[in-house]
Design a protein around this ligand. Structure first.
Ligand SMILES: [Zn+2]
Length: 435
């Protein structure tokens, strides 16, 4: 079953980036799915009476059902959304807000970056954002310019995005402030501040300073912060395990769980505290059918092939050195045989970025090999040759829906994909740029 996740933070959050400088610990602003799973695992194991008292004492065996829950639960990254976007109008509730990384095909003005008419919650607007996917694949042009001034240059648009509304869809950009804090190292023998050992932590601050009270007083420091951002994402769980998850958190509601959790690093200092809400959603395929129609109609009439663009919403670790990244993604998506023989990668219509994945971790104490992963925001495109809507429509929708609902990656938090993301369409360069 498909689930929606919402995290309401009550403290700064420190999410490891894997590339810390020596004395500086920076934070990601997107919560990886594996960090959410870790945050859920702690109370789940504790409620089953499993807690390790000493590293040398072997831990008790985990009950098989709980073990299955922890290994089958797949969680997408949680992207930040300003609370104003949830309250924009009465019809916008958090369940309908969509989150995505800016695709690698998105460009914005170098001088005034950002959306020209952003969704509620994004204060700073810019000259506009354009997407190159449609232009590159269908019109064969990749020249685009700033929507407001042809003299301005474009640059790659990197941001955490959210989408609200239906007709029209509006986009906004969430960017969390960081809050630098200098910490002092402790000298173990004397248990005092060690001389010369300072380190800086830079957690993201999802809260905002509250406005001064109406009587002119400023609220006290403790009460002056309120939630500025929530984090939204998705998850997948086998139907029969929902009961166990709900019961473990003492939920009486059959379709929703809210639990206090702590996410990320420096939990002992109070970071990462908040409430996680997990809600059952209906698995409607209507949106996917609509998106396929939109993109199918845009691709030139009379062409026998159909291009399938997929936006990666999470990193995608690469494991097969013998395959190209596109071939590897296609094979792990396991298309049904009758489609597979006609599917091929379309590198010219794809836009990929990679980053290192894995590596040394304090939890294992031993080095793990560093691999490459496709970065979130990469656009993978496949070509379905000789597309015949009468015969192919149904198996195609079934396969695409399966890829979207349940990630095929073996690593938690990886492998989330959206087909035909409307972003390519709504911000297509020809539409915006030629005006
Ligand atoms: Zn401009």
């Amino acid at each position: 079953m498909r689930l929606r996740l919402r995290f309401d933070p009550q403290a700064p959050i420190l999410l490891g980036t894997g590339r810390d400088l020596q004395q500086v610990r920076e934070s990601l602003e997107v919560i990886p799915g594996s960090a959410v799973l870790g945050a859920l695992a702690r109370p789940l194991l504790a409620s089953a009476g499993i807690c390790r008292t000493h590293p040398m004492v072997p831990s008790q065996p985990v009950p098989p059902e709980l073990q299955r829950l922890l290994s089958e639960l797949q969680i997408s990254p949680l992207y930040p959304v300003p609370v104003e976007a949830l309250m924009g109008d009465a019809t916008t509730d958090w369940q309908s807000v969509e989150v995505l990384p800016a695709p690698c095909t998105a460009r914005t003005c170098k001088r005034h970056p950002g959306f020209a008419d952003p969704a509620p919650g994004t204060e700073q607007g810019g000259d506009g954002v354009v997407d190159l996917w449609l232009d590159r694949t269908i019109h064969g042009t990749s020249r685009a310019h700033c929507p407001r001034d042809k003299g301005h240059r474009l640059e790659r648009f990197r941001a955490s995005l959210y989408r609200v509304g239906h007709k029209p869809r509006r986009y906004g950009q969430a960017s969390l402030p960081t809050r630098s804090q200098t910490r002092v190292g402790i000298s173990r023998p004397t248990e005092t501040a060690a001389e010369g050992i300072l380190f800086q932590v830079e957690p993201v601050e999802p809260r905002r300073l509250r406005q001064p009270l109406s009587n002119g007083d400023t609220p006290s420091q403790e009460n002056s912060l309120e939630t500025g951002f929530v984090f939204i994402g998705e998850a997948w769980l086998p139907d029969d395990l929902w009961q166990l998850l709900a019961e473990s958190f003492g939920s009486l509601d059959s379709s929703s769980i809210t639990a206090p959790v702590a996410i990320g690093g420096l939990l002992a200092r109070g970071f990462g505290q908040g409430h996680l809400t997990i809600s059952v959603t209906d698995e409607s395929r209507a949106s996917l059918v609509e998106r396929l129609q939109l993109f199918g109609a845009a691709q030139e009439k009379g062409l026998p092939d159909l291009l399938l663009p997929g936006l990666l919403r999470s990193p995608w670790p690469l494991e097969e050195p013998g395959l190209s990244p596109l071939e590897e993604v296609l094979s792990s998506l396991a298309p049904p045989p009758r489609l597979q023989e006609r599917l091929e990668p379309a590198p010219a219509a794809s836009a990929l970025e990679t980053h290192p994945w894995g590596g040394w971790s304090m939890a294992w104490g031993l080095p793990k090999p560093r691999r490459q992963a496709l970065a979130a925001g990469s656009v993978v495109t496949f070509r379905l040759k000789n597309y015949n809507p009468d015969q192919d429509h149904e198996p195609l929708i079934a396969w695409l829906a399966q890829c979207e609902e349940r990630p095929s990656s073996r690593e938690c938090g990886a492998g989330w994909i959206t087909w035909f993301d409307p972003f390519h369409f709504d911000l297509g360069a020809t539409k915006e740029g030629s005006r």
